[in-house]
Design a protein around this ligand. Structure first.
Ligand SMILES: *[C@@H]1O[C@H](CO)[C@@H](O)[C@H](O)[C@H]1NC(C)=O
Ligand SMILES: *[C@@H]1O[C@H](CO)[C@@H](O)[C@H](O)[C@H]1NC(C)=O
Ligand SMILES: *[C@@H]1O[C@H](CO)[C@@H](O)[C@H](O)[C@H]1NC(C)=O
Ligand SMILES: *[C@@H]1O[C@H](CO)[C@@H](O)[C@H](O)[C@H]1NC(C)=O
Ligand SMILES: *[C@@H]1O[C@H](CO)[C@@H](O)[C@H](O)[C@H]1NC(C)=O
Length: 467
């Protein structure tokens, strides 16, 4: 429920103990007004539990005592009334605020703006485990809540239903901000404010952080409020994305992925467009260890080896996703035309290959029937980044699910190992290698490659600016 806080600026009578813990306004006013030493003696009578409660409420609710200011209302950052449909409409994060929609763009909230009635966004949101304990409010710039600290510059505020650790989830959260950077004259944030279901997050995976650094030219500064004091903080300017890519359309995605690909390569010291002569086909088998690894790795390798050997100037690289730095991954992808790999976060790297490169994806038993839309995420990246998704292998072999309840079967299959079929894999690999070889001999490929080598990235260093 919304908590409404009135601005109180009138002298009050001596509070009595019942009032302290019964009405919110009194609790609040006690702390927001100046009190005499004699009033403090009254505090001594109150149980410490009550003090603690009051103190916690004080942490959440603030108001400036200004005679003519309208009330500032703090609302829970995560609104449990929408727990059943957390990502629909205005979502459960800042649920009272409507998104601004622009054709082809991810929907966003901007503060201050016409939509925010020119008010700033203020947050009292340090809780890292319970989003309903965090809160937000809108305040006029000249009348911020009491004790609020104004954070200068533009802040990128994100809420993700997923997380910032997994490569694919992290990328999804970051893409709309990259798009903002690319289309708002390369605007760079002063800080990133990250929420996961309304809970504060102060870390993202090193890969995601490296990607941001490559694109923006500086490490992301993730706000932890260590320096902001106890009060709420208001943002001079903030843009909020809470739907990941949301309504972003293909054309914008293409721009963002192109920028991320180009800037990642440049920041890792590589040539955009990569090495490797015409007609060379570079196949990379990116292996996993443990979950979703191949049952017969050697057998899979043999098929790739023998099919690659049949095509002039085909080169096979075998790599493992463990222990590769961001730049190792960028380099590997820049030098790959065909990426073959089990379904997993390492496939997120595919957008770092040239456009029109190919991906071959492998799934263990059970995914096709039980994984729902989640199994298609790498097809979505492929579409967004202009990569050819060359289909998926679904291993039909494996132990049957021992549970009657289907919801327990996906977890049973999820991280299974992947078997293969020699004949099928041979046919598939052979087709993709030959197709790639033929494409790389076309004039279209040569022209694209020449263009890429001379182009500078969108928002290259000179253009970067801070608002
Ligand atoms: C948000 O949109 C809904 C539906 O269009 C509207 O009823 C509501 O008043 C809007 N809320 C705000 C805060 O603008
Ligand atoms: C989260 O905090 C709210 C408000 O303090 C409380 O009612 C709720 O039980 C908490 N939820 C969890 C899961 O701890
Ligand atoms: C990855 O690095 C860890 C620690 O540095 C090491 O124990 C492990 O063997 C490495 N794995 C591979 C596949 O190199
Ligand atoms: C591969 O399979 C397709 C049908 O799926 C078939 O038409 C084609 O002849 C096969 N190619 C080889 C080399 O076996
Ligand atoms: C992409 O590659 C395929 C062959 O692999 C080719 O048929 C197609 O024309 C290429 N598309 C572009 C835009 O170059």
């Amino acid at each position: 429920m919304p908590i409404k806080i009135e601005n109180i600026n009138k002298p009050r009578s001596e509070p009595n103990m019942d009032d302290y813990c019964s009405t919110r306004r009194k609790k609040f006013s006690l702390f927001s007004s100046s009190h005499s030493t004699s009033r403090f003696s009254v505090y001594g009578l109150i149980s410490s539990a009550c003090i603690l409660t009051l103190f916690q409420i004080h942490m959440l609710l603030f108001s400036r005592r200004q005679p003519n200011a309208s009330p500032i209302t703090f609302l829970p950052l995560k609104d449990l009334r929408f727990a059943a449909t957390p990502m629909d409409g205005s979502t459960w994060f800042m649920s009272a605020l409507n998104d601004t929609h622009e054709a082809g763009e991810a929907e966003h909230l901007l503060f201050p703006s016409y939509a925010s009635h020119h008010k700033l966004l203020c947050l009292a949101g340090r809780d890292r485990s319970n989003g309903t304990r965090n809160s937000y409010a809108l305040a006029p710039r000249g009348s911020l809540p009491e004790g609020a600290k104004l954070l200068k510059g533009i802040s990128f505020v994100s809420d993700s239903y997923y997380d910032y650790e997994n490569l694919w989830h992290g990328l999804s959260a970051v893409v709309p901000f990259m798009a903002w950077h690319g289309r708002k004259r390369c605007e760079k944030p002063e800080r990133w404010v990250l929420y996961h279901r309304g809970e504060l997050r102060v870390q993202m995976s090193p890969w995601v952080s490296s990607l941001i650094e490559a694109v923006l030219g500086e490490e992301p500064r993730i706000e932890d409020y260590a320096e902001a004091g106890d009060g709420p903080y208001c943002f001079e300017k903030a843009v909020v994305f809470r739907h990941n890519e949301g309504e972003m359309k293909g054309k914008r995605k293409e721009m963002v992925y192109e920028m991320m690909r180009c800037k990642s390569r440049v920041s890792c010291g590589l040539l955009n467009g990569g090495e490797g002569g015409e007609g060379v086909v570079r196949v990379t088998l990116l292996l996993r260890t443990g979950a979703r690894s191949f049952k017969d790795e050697k057998g899979v390798l043999n098929v790739f080896h023998s099919e690659c050997r049949k095509v002039d100037r085909c080169r096979l690289t075998v790599a493992r996703s463990d222990n590769l730095t961001f730049c190792d991954q960028v380099k590997l992808m820049t030098e790959t035309d065909i990426l073959a790999s089990p379904h997993g976060a390492q496939l997120t790297n595919m957008f770092l290959m040239d456009r029109n490169s190919s991906v071959m994806e492998f799934f263990p038993k059970g995914w096709k029937q039980l994984a729902g839309a989640g199994q298609f995420v790498f097809r979505w990246i492929a579409i967004a980044a202009g990569i050819r998704h060359q289909g998926a292998w679904h291993d039909p072999v494996g132990d049957p699910c021992p549970y009657a309840d289907n919801s327990r079967c996906f977890p049973f299959y999820k991280n299974g190992r992947i078997g293969h079929d020699d004949a099928y894999l041979t046919n598939w690999t052979s087709r993709v290698i030959r197709e790639t070889r033929d494409y790389k001999l076309t004039d279209g490929y040569r022209t694209t490659r020449r263009r890429l080598r001379t182009e500078t990235c969108l928002c290259s260093a000179k253009e970067g600016r801070r608002s």
